[in-house]
Design a protein around this ligand. Structure first.
Ligand code: XMP
Length: 320
């Protein structure tokens, strides 16, 4: 049982000092490595590791082919400006090969986990000689994994998997006692820009968590374009998280006066404090209409756009 530090009781300066000391102690004279995604959790871990270890921390960002438009390049530039070098590792082919023909949600998460930890990042870690891997697991990831709701891609100990035996390295999780609201406070205290510490959550399996059925480069490209529209039109709406989901079923529509058996995008927009429970945001009708119009205009494969009305639970925030 991990003891939670609620955001209301978090002393960020003390937390940062303790975590920096713990990282230094665990790494000793050695080196550590971490994978940055650009999300708030991995960004905060990167800054904690940077404070603790300086150039004895190696930070990589893996291009799994599943990220949003331009997001990896923006993250590398942003951390570069903060004095933290980040290496961009291309690995799209490995992930799409592992996802080929996989349709079950948990099997997709497993394929991504294995490709990330064992094949791509695991190999980099083993070749780097680093003793410790820093990772941004938070308490909500643990809860949902233990409850069997979703296998969060970054939880091992709670599943009884020993990363040292299975993947060959030791994992340190400085944020494991926090939830998202606490992580944001630590990010702010670390001097990260607001666009990072206030960034909307984005799942580890990235856009693969938003493709129902098989994940292919073509299907990721569709959900990526729909995501760009949703993020552009809902920016500043105040919701906790908003996203686009690509459905598997096709429906009959019309394009250029002809029957088109096209794709369906579901828009989700959530009000939530910490992602444990969430309700759909009451978006104005005009906003919903604009979302549909823009998605239909910018993603020609799509002929149907819906808005999710079910709360979490029983829904979950992502679709996979
Ligand atoms: P769900 O879909 O379980 O999502 O209601 C709860 C919150 O967690 C994010 N999420 C993930 N984050 N790895 C992560 O780091 C994952 O595998 C993952 N799956 C979901 C989701 O975006 C939401 O904010």
């Amino acid at each position: 049982m991990i003891e939670e530090i609620p955001a209301s009781q978090l002393d960020t300066a003390r937390f940062i000092a303790e975590q920096v000391a713990a990282i230094r102690e665990a790494v000793g004279e050695g080196t550590a490595i971490n994978a940055l995604s650009g999300g708030v959790d991995s960004s905060v871990v990167t800054m904690l590791g940077h404070l603790a270890l300086g150039d004895r921390l190696r930070t990589v960002i893996i291009d799994n082919g599943l990220m949003r438009d331009g997001e990896l390049e923006r993250t590398v530039a942003l951390f570069g400006a903060l004095g933290v070098p980040v290496e961009l590792i291309p690995a799209q082919e490995a992930f799409f090969a592992a996802l080929k023909g996989v349709r079950d949600p948990e099997a997709k998460r497993e394929a991504i986990t294995q490709t990330f930890y064992r094949d791509v990042f695991g190999r980099i870690v083993r070749e780097s000689g680093a003793q410790v891997l820093l990772q941004g697991t938070i308490l909500t990831d643990v809860d949902e994994t233990v409850a069997g709701i979703k296998r969060q891609h970054n939880v091992f100990a709670q599943l009884g998997i020993d990363p040292e035996a299975t993947f060959g390295y030791r994992i340190l999780e400085p944020l494991i006692r926090l939830r998202k609201d606490g992580v944001r406070l630590v990010g702010e205290a670390l001097g990260l820009p607001a666009e990072v510490f206030n960034r909307m959550p984005f799942p580890g399996p990235a856009l693969a968590a938003r493709v129902i059925g098989e994940v292919t480069p073509e299907r990721i490209a569709i959900v990526r374009r729909a995501t760009a529209v949703v993020e552009r039109l809902l920016a500043g709406c105040g919701a906790f998280q908003y996203l686009a989901i690509l459905h598997e079923d096709h429906v009959t529509g019309m394009r250029e006066g002809r029957r088109a058996f096209g794709q369906q995008i579901e828009v989700r927009c959530w009000d939530s404090v910490d992602a444990r429970e969430a309700t759909p945001t009451e978006l104005p009708w005009a906003t919903l209409r604009r979302l549909a119009d823009q998605i239909l205009a910018e993603v020609p494969e799509v002929v149907s756009v819906t808005y999710n009305l079910a709360p979490k639970p029983p829904s979950t925030i992502e679709a996979v």
